[in-house]
Design a protein around this ligand. Structure first.
Ligand SMILES: C[S@@+](CC[C@H](N)C(=O)[O-])C[C@H]1O[C@@H](n2cnc3c(N)ncnc32)[C@H](O)[C@@H]1O
Length: 281
């Protein structure tokens, strides 16, 4: 056994991360297979293997790896999601979309939702967990992402109301395969202009999949295609809720209005960014 003091762990993270004590506690808990609230400020006995594991995680974190990718989990909205390098880690910016979708589902007694680009499943599965009579389809072009979404569906106990499909909205048979008459579409598609990817923080560009980020030359490739298919799969009176990046809301609204959808509202995230665009068929 190797005795390691909590303060030794914290010391390695000071100056390297924003919250060294919180993260130190989370990493120690992960290595010891405990909950963070079981980690006090004393010392802990680690096996040689656990101690090596701890050293590797701390080093990767110091080198810039995001904590959630190292621990394999991220809290989002009300729930905890498994994550890996195969999925975009859920962002708190996306919670405004989930809350708005929840209000519309409740007010309109919706039954059937589709999530375009489901990734970890954080949007769709949060809605399914909140609304026991809702069923949903999650689409993603990445089979590996869908495997993570399937695990998350199981963890949240909503697997029986959730169908996951490996499809691309750029393929001709997309509408035929998804089916039609959805009450709501939710989507957080890739929206970073290709030329800006290199300038992203290392936490993002090296650990989130490129396929989840790259929005093409001007960032709007996926919105243009989704705007083409959305009216075909949405029922009359159904809603589409889209996430957008900084300064993209107006152009996203224009793209979807051109396809005959009617703009309802644009919601800001907690940072004041126009993040969620809502339109109706
Ligand atoms: C920005 S991520 C969003 C993930 C998750 N919905 C979230 O909000 O955290 C976009 C997702 O779209 C998927 N994607 C990219 N291109 C796609 C395409 N052509 N067809 C279907 N899914 C696609 C990616 O694999 C990725 O999981």
């Amino acid at each position: 056994m190797i005795n390691i003091a909590f303060e030794q762990v914290v010391k390695q993270l000071v100056g390297k991360v924003d919250s060294p004590r919180l993260e130190g506690r989370m990493v120690l808990a992960f290595v010891l297979g405990k909950d963070s609230d079981e980690i006090g400020s004393g010392a802990f006995d680690l096996t040689e293997e656990q101690s090596e594991h701890l050293g590797k995680i701390l080093q990767k974190r110091i080198d810039g790896a995001p904590l959630d990718k190292l621990l394999g989990e991220k809290d989002f909205y009300k729930y905890r999601f498994k994550v890996s390098e195969d999925v975009l880690s859920p962002r708190s910016d996306t919670e405004v979309l989930v809350e708005a979708a929840g209000r519309l589902i409740f007010q309109n007694k919706m039954e059937k939702v589709i999530d375009l680009g489901t990734g970890s499943g954080c949007i769709l599965l949060s809605l399914l967990a909140d609304f026991p009579s809702l069923s949903g389809v999650g689409i993603d072009a990445s089979e590996k992402a869908l495997a993570i979404a399937a695990e998350n569906a199981k963890r949240l106990g909503v697997g029986n109301r959730c169908q996951l499909m490996n499809l691309s909205w750029f393929k001709d048979d997309f509408v035929q395969k998804t089916g039609v008459e959805y009450d709501m579409i939710v989507s957080n598609p890739p929206y970073i202009p290709s030329k800006d990817i290199d300038d992203l923080d290392v936490c993002v560009k090296s650990y989130d999949p490129l396929r989840a980020l790259d929005g093409g030359d001007d960032g709007y490739d996926h919105y243009r295609k989704i705007a083409e298919v959305a009216p075909k799969i949405l029922r009359k009176g159904g809603y589409i809720l889209l996430e957008g990046g900084i300064n993209q809301a107006q152009e996203i609204k224009n793209i979807f209005e051109k396809q005959g959808l009617v703009w309802c509202q644009t919601l800001k995230d907690l940072g004041g960014i126009e993040r969620c665009i809502i339109l109706k068929k």
